[in-house]
Ligand binder design. Structure first.
Ligand SMILES: [Zn+2]
Length: 253
């Protein structure tokens, strides 16, 4: 018994030491990138910015960013802004770090998938635990932060929904079951509107299935929350409760 406790203490000590040595600390350059190019972060109150930086450092410690295709290296701009998008989407869910997805593969531009035999901008593979992104498409989505189209948010939203299914087998833990059900009912209705072209607030892609709808809806939730709340107040409220954050009130200005 004593031996087991001793071993536990030793392994915990090694883990802590490892984390202390290799824990990512944001450099001055990385902070500048975050402040200059990530509106969600720069609009937060200082207290939330501190929390955001802590979560980003944790994420950059845990995830492996890998350059693919003709991209030679994943630059600090890439890892910081992609990591920041993952923090943004999960910011209201403190225990969710998308731990199922350990690797982020980055291509410089759209890439050819041998499986689908088509060019892709990004995808999420739950079997391999990877998120794949085209940097040029990611950067374009972030540069226009008000049009409701954002590849990074889109793919991270896919990962979040899949992680919820994988970890909890649909019996949601980080999504409250009652609110999830409420969201699903509203989502069903909206998908019908998209298909019948009764309403064009959400782009057509959202009408494909429940995964695409969730991804498209989150792009709008973060990029144009005021308009979203005005046009779809019930769905907006359901998302605020589901993700436990409100992009409108999080802004300091
Ligand atoms: Zn998608």
């Amino acid at each position: 018994m004593f031996l087991i406790e001793l071993l536990n203490l030793v392994s915990e000590g090694i883990w802590r030491a490892w984390r202390a040595i290799f824990h990512h600390r944001l450099s001055k350059k990385e902070l500048e990138i975050l402040n200059s190019y990530f509106p969600y972060y720069s609009q937060l109150r200082p207290i939330h910015q501190k929390e955001f930086r802590g979560r980003l450092e944790f994420l950059l410690t845990e995830k492996k960013f890998i350059a693919r295709g003709n991209l030679r290296d994943v630059s600090p701009e890439m890892s910081v802004l992609i990591g920041a998008t993952m923090v943004q989407v999960t910011f209201g869910l403190p225990d969710v770090q998308l731990s199922h997805f350990k690797k982020i593969l980055v291509y410089s531009d759209t890439y050819f998938s041998n499986i689908s035999k088509a060019y892709h901008r990004g995808e999420v593979n739950p079997r391999l635990g990877i998120i794949v992104l085209s940097w040029s498409c990611f950067a374009r989505g972030l540069a226009d932060y008000e049009d409701g189209v954002n590849l990074g948010i889109h793919e991270v939203a896919h990962a979040l929904k899949l992680e919820n299914q994988i970890r909890y087998n649909g019996e949601s833990d980080f999504f409250h079951p009652v609110i999830w059900e409420e969201y699903q009912e509203l989502a069903q209705q909206e998908k019908e509107f998209i298909k019948s072209r009764t309403d064009d607030f959400f782009r057509e892609r959202g009408g494909e299935d429940s995964h695409e709808f969730f991804a498209v809806v989150l792009e709008n939730f973060f990029e144009r929350p005021e308009l979203f709340r005005e046009r779809k107040p019930e769905l907006y409220r359901a998302l605020v409760r589901l993700l436990r954050q409100d992009p409108i009130t999080l802004k300091s200005a």
